[in-house]
Every structure is written in structure tokens, then in C-alpha cells.
Design a protein around this ligand. Structure first.
Ligand code: SAH
Ligand code: AVI
Length: 319
């Protein structure tokens, strides 16, 4: 008998083994999103403490006519980290694209979400791409040189540190090409207490989302982790302007993953996610540093969240 491993499985194994071998143990946040992780994220978005989703959805609804004015009708929409595509209908209604390309690492979940979007929009061609959006993509084979509108909602950009965020946005500019537009949601700096409860809701859904990573390791990598010996922690890091999620060992623990033994002391943590929060001015700097020109920005009255329209900057030739 032979076992066939997919690239995704070997990537996961490699990242977990490397991350747990560091002094501060770390697992990259993109590995949250197996099917169960995607379902739990969807439940997070409905928690009363998790303000980003409802605030951004309201901004998209309120400004759909402005988005149409700035982006024009009929561009191909390319969504990065589309998840359930719950916010997408608002954009589709505004700009009426001929083609919608959702990109997500959570493959089974993406396939179902794409099917549901196609069913709800019979005239729309839906072309899902399962994979890592940090890798450059060539879309010409699917859409030729049709004009493009990128969509990057949810403040997923916040899950990358500023240098990685600049690289990612540069890569989006390359994928989308000249004279493109990007509608991007960016969560704002605010009272840390508001942020901390958003990442530690009373119903325990964010805790379950974080702990699911350990269940995923047990399921997919033959791990022997006793998940009950870990707890969820969300902590605001003021110096770095980010909320951090960790999995904290409640006692001394030892476990095996893919045949390797790991041990952790009581109180030691695995760092699983950063979610950076920006000031409006910083968001504009992020745009300009990564080959984009800000066109418009809107926020809610409480200044919780921001929605931006950017255009790919004309190439600047400097002496
Ligand atoms: N856009 C949705 C979902 C945000 S959750 C919203 O605004 O609510 C983040 C999504 O990005 C998840 O669906 C996750 O599977 C996907 N994702 C995270 N890292 C990714 C990566 N490196 N490549 C592709 N998709 C990724
Ligand atoms: C997908 N991403 C933008 C979410 C965030 O807010 O950083 C993921 C999340 N983590 C905990 N709750 C939500």
C-alpha cells in the first residue's frame, strides 16, 4: 500500500514541525482553515463581540454606488480569501461582473461557496481557484486582458505583518495588472478592550477556532495532543498594534506529531495569529508602499472599520 500526500498536507506538516521547533512556538494562521476552521470562522462573524463583519457589510451596502462610480461596471471580480463569499453579493450587485474568481486555501469550503454563488447568480461565470493567495497568479488564461477589480474584505490583510502585507499587496497588483482597482477592508486601531473581547467572545467560538488547529494536527498529522491541556488566549500588543492569539499549555505537556516528540512547560504558548490594526493614515501608506494609489476611504461613525478603494499606481520612473 502507498500513501499519496498532497502538497497542502506536506506544507502543513512542514510548517507545524518547523514552527514547534522554535523557541517561541508558532503556527501560521492560514492553517486555521480546514473545513471545520472555516465553519467556526463563519460562526465568529455572527458573534456580538466580533464587530468587523457587520461593520464592513454595512459600509459595503452604504457605498455600493460610490464603488460603482470608482470601479465602473463589468470588471472581472477577483476575491482573495473569499471564505463563504457572504459579502460578495453586495459587490456583484454594484458592479455586475461577467466573471467572479474566488480564491481560497480552504478547498472543500471554497467549492461549496462557489457553487452557491453560481446558483444565486445564474448569468455569472464563477471560476474558483483553490490555493494560497500569497503565490503570484496568472489569470490571463481564464480572462484574457479583461479589466479587473480585486476584492480583499474582512481585514485579512491584518493577518500579515506590515512587510509581508506590502509584499502581498504588490503581488495582488501584479496579478490584477495595470489600471485595476482593489476594494479592501482594513480594521482600525481602537480601545484595546473592544478588540480583546472581539477575539475572546463569551460563547467561546473564537476559543474553539483557535483550539481546532490542535484537532487538525491530530486528524491530519497523526498528532497525540490532548487538546484539553491547552487554552485560548487573546492579547493586545500595543507596541506592535496587533491582537495576538496563542494556545497556552495549562500544565507541562508532551505529545508526538508525525513521529516527532515535543514538550511544553506550563504557561508556554504556541503563537497562532496576529491581527494588525491600522490608523487611516497608515492604511494609505500601506497602499502607496505597495504599488497602489488610494481613491476613497469610508468608515462607520464609531471609526471601528475602514473600507478603501485603491487603483494600481501608474508606473513612476524616477531618476
Ligand atoms: N473574506 C471573508 C473571509 C475572511 S476569513 C470575510 O471577509 O469574511 C479569511 C479567509 O482567507 C479564509 O476563508 C481563509 O481560508 C482564507 N485564507 C487565509 N489565508 C490564505 C492564504 N494564504 N491563501 C488563500 N486563502 C487564505
Ligand atoms: C480572517 N481574519 C481577518 C480574522 C481576524 O479578525 O484576524 C480571523 C479571526 N481570528 C479570530 N477571529 C477572527
Amino acid at each position: 500500500m502507498s500513501d499519496l500526500l498532497t502538497q497542502a498536507q506536506t506544507d502543513f506538516a512542514q510548517a507545524v514541525l518547523a514552527g514547534l521547533s522554535q523557541r517561541q512556538k508558532v503556527i501560521p494562521a492560514r492553517f486555521f482553515y480546514d473545513r471545520r476552521g472555516s465553519e467556526l470562522f463563519e460562526q465568529i462573524t455572527a458573534q456580538p463581540e466580533y464587530y468587523p463583519t457587520r461593520t464592513e457589510t454595512a459600509l459595503l451596502r452604504e457605498h455600493s454606488a460610490d464603488i460603482l462610480r470608482l470601479a465602473g461596471e463589468g470588471r472581472v471580480v477577483v476575491e482573495f480569501g473569499s471564505g463563504s463569499s457572504a459579502k460578495t453579493p453586495l459587490l456583484l450587485k454594484a458592479v455586475r461582473p461577467p466573471i467572479y474568481i474566488p480564491i481560497d486555501i480552504s478547498d472543500a469550503y471554497l467549492a461549496e461557496a462557489a457553487q452557491a454563488t453560481a446558483k444565486a447568480h445564474p448569468k455569472l461565470r464563477v471560476v474558483p481557484i483553490a490555493g494560497d493567495f500569497t503565490m503570484p497568479l496568472y489569470l490571463g488564461g481564464v480572462i484574457g486582458d479583461a479589466p479587473r477589480l480585486g476584492f480583499f474584505p474582512g481585514s485579512t490583510i491584518g493577518n500579515f505583518g506590515p512587510p509581508a502585507a506590502v509584499d502581498l499587496l504588490r503581488s495582488f497588483a501584479a496579478t490584477l495588472g495595470t489600471d485595476s482597482r482593489l476594494v479592501i477592508g482594513i480594521d482600525l486601531r481602537k480601545d484595546p478592550r473592544v478588540i480583546e473581547v472581539a477575539y475572546d467572545d463569551a460563547a467561546g467560538v473564537t476559543a474553539a477556532f483557535n483550539l481546532n488547529l490542535l484537532h487538525r494536527i491530530n486528524r491530519e498529522l497523526g498528532g497525540t495532543i490532548d487538546v484539553d491541556t491547552f487554552e485560548h488566549r487573546a492579547e493586545w500588543n500595543d507596541g506592535l498594534g496587533r491582537i495576538e492569539m496563542h494556545l497556552v499549555a495549562r500544565q507541562d505537556v508532551a505529545f508526538d506529531i508525525a513521529g516527532r516528540r515535543f514538550a511544553m512547560r506550563e504557561g508556554e504558548t504556541i503563537h497562532t495569529e496576529n491581527s494588525y490594526k491600522y490608523r487611516i493614515e497608515e492604511a494609505a501608506i500601506l497602499a502607496r508602499a505597495s504599488g497602489w494609489e488610494p481613491m476613497a476611504v469610508w468608515t462607520d461613525l464609531d471609526r471601528l472599520f475602514s473600507l478603501h478603494v485603491w487603483a494600481t499606481a501608474k508606473e513612476r520612473i524616477e531618476p
